[in-house]
Design a protein around this ligand. Structure first.
Ligand code: NAP
Length: 311
């Protein structure tokens, strides 16, 4: 079958680390153009403006938006207005209401909108979800700690309004939680730590209501030295499940389960395979539950000021 043509917009860390290599290996997609104000992608036509690219390439069906959340709405709106299917990096927007607006625009235009959650595609997430089904969960704990300097070097946007701070990685944990927990949860309290010189939190502790009485909590910290900790533990009457390495490794009662692969490996290729399936079937996928919890934390959370953050 002929490859479908796709354009990447916003060529920064994640486009270079994941999107470009995943598209190069894909059996579904051909990277046919890039839009970047500062970079050039080798081997394809490069544009500084998305409108120019859309005008020059009516054959490009899909636009994949890889820039930070705040500027994304305008790009998505324009691509949908030009009749293109749209794939959104996570978090899908700066606010819930702008993503609802995109959903409505895509529906009216008859195009696919895919709000991606790459961490849901980690190797062991589906197995963890299946194991938890029907289990009596007593305690469910998320520990998400990494060094912002490692994954977002000098990216000031993460500390600007809409950048979400610790929730930029923390929403990855929440995307897994909302995928694998059989019952819906909602936030009951949060403590948010804001550096004195920044507009978004660098750490957060979250507590949730669980309909069957489990204790559900999350500790997230972006000023963590040492190895990344991306763990989710579910203590159940029937045993203990632990997802480590962002969903790549699964232990049941301390025994590692087969099927682990490296961090992020396979996640982005799976997102692009999903997008091909969504476009083929004329469907959209926009699940905003991870972002609802972030929005609730920013609404309900108690704010504490901590030392100024410098890179
Ligand atoms: P980044 O490198 O700081 O930015 C990506 C690119 O977005 C920039 O190179 C720039 O591209 C474009 N951009 C930035 N500000 C813009 C603006 N105001 N208007 C238009 N374009 C703008 O960020 P990133 O780390 O790739 O993250 C981008 C998204 O991917 C975020 O939502 C993040 O949560 C998600 N993500 C990141 C990682 C990671 O490890 N960093 C992992 C998974 C997901 P041009 O210079 O080409 O215009």
């Amino acid at each position: 079958m002929a490859l479908r043509k796709i354009a990447l917009v916003g060529v920064g860390k994640i486009a270079i680390d994941q999107h470009i290599p995943s598209l190069a290996k894909s059996d579904d997609w051909e990277l046919a153009a890039a839009v970047s104000r500062h970079h050039q992608v080798e081997g394809v036509p490069n544009y500084k403006s998305m409108d120019e690219m859309l005008g020059a390439h009516p054959e490009i069906e899909v636009v994949s938006l890889c820039m930070p959340p705040v500027p994304r709405f305008e790009y998505a709106r324009a691509a949908i207005a030009a009749g293109r299917h749209v794939m959104l990096e996570k978090p899908p927007g700066a606010t819930l209401s702008e993503v609802y607006a995109l959903e409505a625009l895509a529906r009216d235009a008859g195009v696919t909108l895919y709000a991606t959650w790459h961490s849901r595609k980690a190797a062991q997430v589906a197995t963890a979800k299946a194991w938890l089904m029907g289990k009596a969960i007593e305690r469910f704990t998320v520990t998400w700690k990494e060094d912002v300097r490692k994954w977002h070097p000098n990216q000031d946007w993460v500390f600007e309004p809409g950048g979400m701070g610790i929730f930029d990685p923390g929403i990855n944990a929440l995307s897994i939680v909302t995928e694998i927990l059989p019952d819906p949860i909602h936030l009951t309290g949060a403590i948010l730590k804001f550096p004195a010189n920044r507009d978004t939190p660098i750490a957060a502790d979250l507590d949730f209501y669980h309909p069957h009485g489990a204790t559900v909590s999350a500790q997230m910290n972006w000023d963590h030295s040492g190895a990344d900790i991306w763990d989710i533990e579910a203590v159940c009457k029937e045993g203990v499940l632990k997802l480590e390495k962002g969903g790549g490794v699964l232990l049941i009662d301390g025994t590692e389960q087969p099927g682990a692969i490296g961090q992020l490996d396979g996640e982005y290729p799976q997102l692009y395979a999903d997008m091909a399936a969504l476009v083929s079937s004329g469907a959209s996928e926009v699940d905003l539950r991870p972002m609802l919890h972030v929005s609730d934390a920013l609404t309900l959370g108690k704010r504490q000021q901590v030392s100024a953050f410098e890179w």
